[in-house]
Ligand binder design. Sequence first.
Ligand SMILES: [Zn+2]
Ligand SMILES: [Zn+2]
Length: 376
Amino acid sequence: MATIESSNAVNEQPAQAVQLAATARFSNRADAPEHARQAHYVRQEIMKEGDRLRGKYPFLQRKYESAISALIMLLSLAGMAATAWAYVQGVMPGWAALMINAVLAAVIHELEHDLIHWMYFRKTPWAHHLMLALGLIARPTTVRPWLRRSAHLNHHQNSGQEEDIEERAITNGQKWGILRLIMLADLPFAIAMHTLAQPGWRQKLWYVGYVGGALFPLGILSWSAWYLFLGFHLGNALFAPQWSATTLQVMSWINVAIVVWVAPNILRTFCLNFLSSNMHYFGDVQRGNLIQETQVLDAWFLFPLQLFSFNVGKTHGIHHFVVREPFWVRQMTMKRAHEVMREAGVRFNDLQTFRRANRWSKDGEAINGNTANAAG
Ligand SMILES: [Zn+2]
Ligand SMILES: [Zn+2]
């Protein structure tokens, strides 16, 4: 074990680096690798900023976090319901209802993500699970959060590695092209591609059963409604058929569900997954090196994507350094966090990642033979 103490040899000795990374992702010891000391500095500074804000604004204190999360959930759900009502009453156009509910569902997604890290109602499981259930009802197109939890915690443990299935599922590591774009927009299509990429029929069956099960029941229902909606309107445009009164009645309800519930989530998920799958590096990330795991995407022209994902391009990298901070505090620490992340060597707006299939290395060497996903 004595050799692990030697920091200068880390780059030359990957096995040692792995061991070090497992124990010292953040370390200010003089013999820790440079990246761990940088990560330690970034983490300390972000936590200091969080503490400073809690001192300045007492309502941000830890003891109120669960109550604030419940309040945000209630307000977001009420907002979605009010928007739906306004659309049904004819006082709000469909596009506005769709966009408002996408923003509100993105806020609820932040809540779900924090809940996955057990941030709220840790000591009252019924309230914790009720929050997760409400989040799922508001965001029916996604996998159930109870199943997502293990994939997401694994993402933090193995970010950018082959084991990082959460990021791979949203196309991270694949070569960029039209296929990757469609996979980001259409979850069932992505599942079909991932299924085809499985090596044998047993694995194909297992994969489709696992993901299909994770989407049961709301995911299956909402995506079925989406295709029915598309098929109905395509059929109308092409053939103008005479529908029965019952069909028209059912479709009018499906139309409402799509505008205020399903389409906002499809839009939101596209924006979230687009930013997330391009701001995480993949395939050649040094294990445990926080500086290489993410970049910050905060270019002005990404504004629409940030709007429908609650700023994930700007703030998700911060979360990799300091996991245990509610999303509203994360937003508030952003300015200071970006300063120290930049100082520590975290990249900003590295758009060349689109040409490198998420690889960290800029010389292209690491890309060879390490395609994340056979579907790509
Ligand atoms: Zn997380
Ligand atoms: Zn991440």
